[in-house]
Design a protein around this ligand. Structure first.
Ligand SMILES: Cc1ncc(COP(=O)(O)O)c(C=O)c1O
Length: 436
């Protein structure tokens, strides 16, 4: 059944991610010696960031680790984008900038959304933020009241649930499994909607699943949501240009009937290899600009604008880095094929073909109940990931933090070299062969 999870449901993921092995400690609770707020105490560390940090540490200590954990391109930022930032810095653009972004940067984003995504919008419908992660957070803060239900199709990116809860919202999961390529269906969506639902987060292509809603599937979901106009759609499209199927990408907000209901979120991190720059944005046409104004008010009290001398890099990225983006996309596409072929050969493991983003999400529940060469009894994805890192020196992200059937899966990012993909997959295969 879609979303059915066979992992040991009694185990709670984060506090137990460390099973005495090499994975980092991820605390959800800590002693309250400093009178920390319940809010702060309740937020778990992002497991993906923690694992990435741990792999860096181990590599720095000279360990031969192959990391499939990091959700960031292994390429450098295209030169033309860097040049724009350096020029701005040299020209002295070092003072505060307008909170939602410079007019030129906002217009460049609006032009991109109009021409590439078919979203009818203008510069005033755009706000630029410190990374798309913060954009999602701000959008939720702008529209969710305490007690509001936010629908979350799962498996889902690890940060959505904490961010919904930080806004006082209540997560209602819509579970989807490998049999539907981890995509909820229109009837499932219809069933989850009631008067308490304030918003839904749609992430396509998906982190962690690496699959994308086809245009027909987007239209089917739109048809359902159209009859619930009070439900806001937060469409996280950060991987929208990293697509490896013949199907075109369809943005929810490009459907004229959905434009007012949708907050489109995107950013430069993934497509342009700019994860460290922290540039994300939202587009929310309609409602007389109230959503963007609310997000701007919130941001003005939190971070002000993004770094001012990065504003000119936004038009540079969107208008002048086409060839570099295409080359990176082609490389990801061939890695997607390579890693899918290799993972499909792992004994007892099944996996849909990745069609977007740079993740593959194999079902490793066939290993549950087995014991590794190092003596670890594998009862859940976290045991699998921990023993794999300990014994084979390969880092993957255990799926429990992604909710839903994620507990049966591990996530591998193929934002790494073909050599690492070949060597890492071989190591995993040999390690799997030794399970008893
Ligand atoms: C689905 C999804 N949304 C948003 C983000 C955040 O991107 P940024 O680096 O722009 O904050 C990520 C990053 O991993 C992601 O996977």
């Amino acid at each position: 059944m879609a979303g059915e999870c066979t992992a040991d449901k009694g185990r709670s993921f984060l506090p137990q991610l460390v099973t005495g092995g090499i994975l980092p400690v991820m605390e959800t609770t800590m002693t309250n010696a400093m009178n920390l707020s319940k809010r702060a105490l309740g937020v778990p560390t992002s497991p993906t960031l923690a694992i990435t940090a741990r792999v860096k540490e181990l590599k720095a200590a000279g360990e031969d680790i192959i990391g499939f954990g990091a959700g960031e391109p292994d390429f450098g930022t295209p030169q033309v984008i860097c040049d724009a930032a350096v020029e701005s810095l040299r020209a002295g653009q070092t003072r505060y900038a307008p909170t939602p972004g410079s007019p030129e940067a906002r217009e460049a984003i609006a032009a991109k959304l109009r021409t590439e995504n078919g979203i009818d919008c203008s510069a005033s419908d755009i706000i630029i933020n410190n990374g798309a992660k913060f954009t999602v957070y701000l959008a939720l803060q702008a529209i969710v009241n305490p007690g509001d239900v936010v629908l979350l199709p799962t498996p889902a990116w690890v940060s959505y649930k904490p961010m919904i809860e930080l806004a006082g919202g209540v997560v209602r999961e819509i579970p989807a499994g490998p049999d539907s390529d981890f995509k909820m269906t229109a009837p499932q969506l219809e069933q989850a909607l009631d008067g308490q639902v304030r918003a839904i987060i749609l992430n396509s292509p998906s982190n962690p699943c690496g699959t994308m809603y086809t245009p027909d599937e987007v239209r089917a979901l739109a048809k359902v949501l159209q009859s619930h106009p009070d439900v806001a759609i937060i469409a996280d499209e950060i991987y929208e240009r990293l697509v490896y199927t013949d199907e075109p990408y369809l943005s929810m907000a490009s459907l004229p009937e959905m434009a007012e209901q949708t907050i489109t979120i995107n950013g430069l991190s993934k497509t342009f290899a700019m994860t460290g720059w922290r540039i994300g944005y939202a587009c929310a046409p309609g409602h007389k600009g109230e959503v963007i104004k609310a997000m701007t008010r919130l941001q003005s009290q939190m971070t002000s604008s993004i770094t001012s001398f990065l504003m000119t890099s936004i038009p540079a990225a969107l208008q002048k880095a086409t060839a570099e983006v295409q080359a990176m996309r082609e490389t990801f596409a061939s890695r997607a094929k390579l890693i899918h072929g290799l993972v499909s050969q792992w004994p007892g493991v099944t996996c849909p073909q990745p069609t977007g983003a740079f993740y593959i999400f194999p079902d490793i529940s066939g290993c549950f109940g087995k014991t590794s060469a190092g003596g670890v009894k594998i009862k859940a994805a976290m045991d699998f990931a921990s023993a794999l890192l300990d014994e084979a020196r390969v880092a993957v992200v255990p799926g429990e933090g992604f909710l839903g059937c994620g507990a049966n899966h591990v996530r591998l990012s193929f934002a790494c070299s073909e050599e690492d993909i070949n060597r890492g997959c071989q190591r995993v295969r040999e390690w799997l062969d030794q399970l008893t």
